[in-house]
Ligand binder design. Structure first.
Ligand SMILES: *Cc1c(COP(=O)(O)O)cnc(C)c1O
Length: 376
């Protein structure tokens, strides 16, 4: 599908075979761990023989995501499978890497434990900067917008500085999705992402992927995945592909809801601070407006305490306490309960696809409970 088409057109057609009478638009999942071999020739390159490296269902999903990211895609069992594969396959012992200080907490926690013990030096940098000198650094992982704080960094500028000294640039594109920004076009060497969140978008499966235009990176990751087996199951791959058709529609509503909710929270007396990169005046607004084609449906805000968050969630009829984000239902997650290094009252709100007016009324009424329950 050519880039000349709009986002919805590209999403609807991504990775589909040419339409054929009597055939489904998206062929159903191929359930096979093993395929018959030619008794005389045995395995033949290009003909599927075993499910770990071979899956027509997974290849179709990969070509769909690859079209949207603008590179070659490899699907993984989860976002963490993709992140860990990229770091283990591309970084050698005694290398130095830079990871986001304020990004997805598991990446940081896993690296501190698994990479540091392999002799890899892990330096943390805040997404908004300043970044360390990249000389001697093998790879820098950016996460923009960062989860959960939603700071945004300038991918093209950082890629230029990194490439000047031979440092690889990886971007975690989970929160933005490829419709929000295409890091490969901005100069990143690879994208790593969780498809579990807005990409698949129905809170029903786990998925990860890596995308790159660099044949060596793709080959290293493919061989890593084929050997370690971090593949998604075929039903999940098919379900994710099926869900891609509505990505543009879902993101448009989530973003519209986030805009309405963020503006309301910004002036609410019970709310200490709000972050949403689409809000004029947000510290990330300028760089996000330049770099992102749309701002995701995630809004991060802070209430006074864990107790206030619990009372807010109990009072709300539409906001469900749940982790993860990007699904059809509006959910809220108090990040500190997971061991994320966040204030006790910090809430990551994932706007769903409900009607904006309903959400605004519900959240306003729920926040009003914080006052009437005798809190000062
Ligand atoms: C959720 C998340 C991951 C991990 O993805 P899983 O699919 O849960 O393994 C990685 N990066 C970011 C930014 C995430 O939000």
């Amino acid at each position: 599908m050519t880039d000349a088409y709009g986002d919805s057109t590209r999403c609807v057609h991504a990775g589909l075979p040419p339409a054929e009478p009597g055939q489904p638009f998206l062929p159903g999942p191929v359930f096979a761990s093993t395929f018959p071999l030619d008794p005389a020739t045995g395995p033949v390159p290009g003909v599927d023989s075993y499910g770990r490296p071979d899956s027509a269902t997974r290849r179709r999903l990969e070509s769909a995501i690859g079209e949207l990211e603008g590179g070659e895609c490899l699907a993984f069992a989860s976002g963490m499978a993709a992140v860990s594969a990229a770091l283990l396959a591309l970084v050698g012992t005694s290398d130095e890497i830079v990871l986001p200080r304020d990004g997805y907490y598991k990446t940081r926690a896993w690296a501190a434990q698994a990479l540091s013990s392999r002799g890899i030096t892990v330096t943390l940098a805040p997404t908004a900067g300043p970044y360390p000198d990249f000389a001697g650094v093998r790879l820098v992982l950016l996460e923009t917008p960062a989860n959960p704080g939603l700071d945004v960094c300038d991918i093209a500028a950082i890629a230029e500085a990194a490439h000047a000294v031979g440092t690889l640039v990886a971007v975690d594109n989970t929160t933005a999705t490829p419709l929000g920004q295409t890091p490969l076009a901005l100069g990143a060497d690879l994208v790593v992402a969780s498809g579990t969140k807005a990409l698949a978008g129905h809170s029903d499966l786990l998925l990860g992927y890596v995308a790159s235009r660099d044949a060596e990176i793709v080959s290293a990751l493919r061989s890593w995945r084929d050997s370690t087996g971090a593949i998604p199951g075929n039903f999940d791959a098919w379900l994710a592909h099926r869900s891609l058709a509505t990505l543009d529609l879902r993101l448009a509503r989530q973003s519209e809801n986030a805009a309405a909710v963020a503006s309301m929270l910004a002036t609410h007396p019970a709310v200490r601070s709000v972050r949403w990169p689409g809000l004029t005046g947000d510290p990330s607004y300028v760089v996000a407006s330049k770099q992102m084609r749309r701002v995701p449906g995630v809004v991060t805000f802070e209430l006074a305490s864990a107790d206030e968050v619990a009372r807010f969630l109990t009072a709300s009829k539409l906001v469900v306490a749940a982790t993860s984000f990007g699904g059809p239902h509006t959910t809220a997650d108090r990040r500190a309960q997971w061991g994320d290094d966040a204030p006790e009252g910090l809430v990551r709100l994932s706007c769903g696809i409900e009607d904006s007016a309903d959400l605004i009324v519900d959240i306003t009424v729920a926040l009003a409970h914080l006052k009437t329950d005798g809190n000062t």
